[in-house]
Write a protein that binds this ligand. Structure first.
Ligand code: SF4
Length: 387
């Protein structure tokens, strides 16, 4: 098994959590957990469960939600009544696994956690350490992960995906390669890969060629605050149409009202640009690799994007890029009233955005339309992110 270096350090902070996973989500119960709860013969527990209309093995029932979308097992201190009254062992797999995620290759598994858990984001982003992978013996694996086990190595697509991941692992951890270049190289490799132009035995040659091409090319960037604000406004409206009630929707509603409704947009533009060029850049100087850490973490947590031919690796990459883009722009907008941006602000925003978008394989149609223009999704994401 390979896992992220922080994996074993995680401990749920329960009632201290700023955005408990027990609020706002549908929590499914598999048939085994349902039977265990029924056998407790505790009406206070049983009344919190409803059997699904079309029960399946994994989704036999669900836990009812009460006021403010809270799980009905939660007490007033945000502690779980099942754990408190009975035992952690009685939690459903959905609850006991969260925020852990696993990519399963049979005899090999890759384990990481979801950044939607604020505590995971905190332990991962709070320091400036690079992204690290460890094995079962907790030894650092710094190169050439063998992700695809022997029994599947005749799947050339999966083996190529493994090579690409190993290449990305080194690329995103290189201190002397900027995020811009990493993303250009990633885009080119994913394009060649999904167009089946990379022959598995030629992988490393092609990767090195693409890398040297982009390292030797200057990338033109231009500041475009107007474009970024226009995008954010459209994104907020798109999100509001989903009629969701969670912490992200509350934040979006507030920012939309404060910054785009009945406000002097010229003033907002000036403040946004000042915050971006001053406070955000200062924040990046203190945490130069924070977005590179985000990207490589998500490539590891979703390695199937690269190894499973059925999944569109380009769409998966655009989704990860979209989460980074929206997080960056919301972070700048949200911190307009502050005189500095700190890592806590970043953690709050990235975990909120990841909570809604992180579990998906690709963007919803509405979000795709926001960044899909002239068939140039990557370029649009890139110029919005670095503008
Ligand atoms: S989001 Fe994470 S820290 Fe918060 S309650 Fe859930 S598992 Fe615990």
């Amino acid at each position: 098994m390979y896992k992220t270096s922080y994996y074993d350090d995680f401990k749920c902070i329960g009632s201290e959590c700023p955005n408990s996973c027990c609020v706002g989500w549908e929590i499914d119960l598999d048939i085994n957990t349902f039977q265990k709860y029924r056998d407790l013969q505790d009406n206070n527990i049983y009344k919190c469960i409803s059997i699904n209309q079309k029960p399946t093995y994994d989704k036999f029932a669900k836990i009812k939600k009460v006021n403010d979308q809270r799980c009905s097992f939660l007490d007033k201190d945000n502690l779980c009544n099942i754990q408190k009254k009975y035992s952690e062992k009685l939690l459903s797999p959905t609850c006991s696994n969260f925020p852990r995620r696993k990519v399963d290759f049979g005899s090999k598994q890759l384990s990481s956690c979801l950044l939607s858990c604020p505590e995971i984001s905190r332990i991962y982003f709070e320091d400036n350490e690079q992204f690290k992978i460890i094995d079962n013996e907790k030894k650092l694996v710094d190169t050439n992960l063998k992700i695809i086990p022997d029994e599947f190595r005749n799947n050339l697509y999966a083996v190529s995906g493994e090579r690409i991941f190993n290449f990305f692992y080194k690329l995103y951890n290189s201190n002397d390669i900027s995020l811009e270049k990493c993303l250009m190289i990633t885009n080119q490799i994913i394009n060649e890969f999904s167009n089946k132009k990379i022959k598995p035995y030629k992988g490393n040659e092609v990767f090195e060629y693409v890398k040297s091409f982009f390292l030797n090319n200057k990338i033109e960037k231009k500041i475009d605050t107007e474009l970024q604000l226009e995008f954010l406004k459209k994104f907020f409206r798109c999100f509001q149409k989903k009629k969701i009630n969670n912490k992200l929707s509350q934040l979006i509603n507030k920012l939309y009202t404060d910054c785009f409704l009945n406000t002097d947009i010229k003033k907002i533009r000036l403040l946004f640009e000042k915050n971006k060029l001053h406070n955000f850049n200062k924040f990046l100087l203190k945490h130069p690799n924070i977005f590179k850490k985000f990207f490589i973490h998500e490539f590891f947590g979703k390695t199937q994007l690269l190894t499973n031919e059925e999944i569109d690796s380009k769409d998966g990459f655009y989704l990860i890029f979209f989460i980074a883009l929206v997080s960056k722009l919301i972070l700048i907008l949200k911190t307009l009233p502050k005189d500095q941006i700190v890592v806590k602000d970043f953690i709050e925003v990235i975990s909120l955005i990841s909570r809604y978008y992180g579990g998906k394989d690709n963007l919803d149609k509405e979000e795709k339309e926001l960044v899909y223009k002239d068939n140039k999704t990557f370029e649009n994401l890139f110029y919005l992110f670095f503008g």
